[in-house]
Design a protein around this ligand. Structure first.
Ligand code: BG6
Ligand code: MG
Length: 213
């Protein structure tokens, strides 16, 4: 029986894809590193430093650890400028309704996100008090597909992994949920992932009753 739902944040609750894309693009342009929406897709669910390593696969030279730390910090400064403009209007279709229905059924709800900007984003969209637990990139050392962030969320909820369902838009996140012994619902970019336990186009298209029965 599912008793807890752990939501990924970026691409599930809020649309930050374009902000990540524009911030990485700005940094890559300044460095003369080729970057595209295709590469950006590979960054879904991946931590900031691991994302930078993927971008640097196309760089003409290698970068020192100090340079990489500075580049990631620069990208994050650009990203923070952009997410400073997020409002509750950026909450994705069906998300608020799903949260309310889950609450009414007495389920526990959490965030499980790789993003270190999770607290800031939740404040921007007015959901800082909407979850029973928040596990994010500030509290973990291993990025999805490692299950660390979701296992932390289950512990914070006081539930066993087998009692939890993870909602994810990243294939890496679906793998993380399964590796941690949880069920996975793929939405958005993961809506066609055959590994996901359940699939839906987005939270608006989700038939919650059939998953929770
Ligand atoms: C994930 C995003 O939620 O957070 C990734 O899908 C991003 O694209 C990662 O790289 C880390 O985010 P941040 O905000 O800590 O740079
Ligand atoms: Mg995501």
């Amino acid at each position: 029986m599912v008793q807890g739902i752990i939501f990924d944040l970026d691409g599930v609750i809020v649309s930050t894809d374009d902000c990540h894309y524009r911030a990485w693009q700005r940094m890559a342009d300044e460095e003369g590193i080729p970057f595209s929406r295709g590469v950006n897709e590979r960054l879904r669910g991946v931590s900031r430093m691991d994302s930078l390593d993927i971008i640097l696969e196309r760089a003409k030279r290698s970068y020192t650890q100090e340079e990489k730390t500075a580049m990631a910090a620069r990208k994050n400064a650009y990203y923070i400028e952009l997410i400073g403009k997020l409002t509750p209007a950026d909450i994705l279709p069906g998300a608020l309704d799903a949260l309310e229905r889950l609450r009414r059924r007495g389920l526990r709800i959490a965030i499980g996100s790789s993003s270190r900007n999770t607290p800031l984003i939740l404040r921007q969209i007015g959901l800082e008090n909407a979850f029973d637990a928040v596990a994010d990139g500030n509290q973990i050392t291993r990025s999805k597909p490692d299950p660390e962030v979701f296992l932390l969320a289950t512990r914070l909820l006081g539930l066993a992994p087998a009692e939890c369902l993870v909602v994810e838009d990243a294939d890496a996140g679906v793998e993380a949920a399964l590796a941690g012994g949880m069920k996975a619902l793929g939405v958005g970019s993961a809506a066609a992932n055959p590994r996901a336990t359940y699939r839906a186009r987005d939270l608006a298209a989700l038939d919650l009753e059939s998953i929770l029965k």
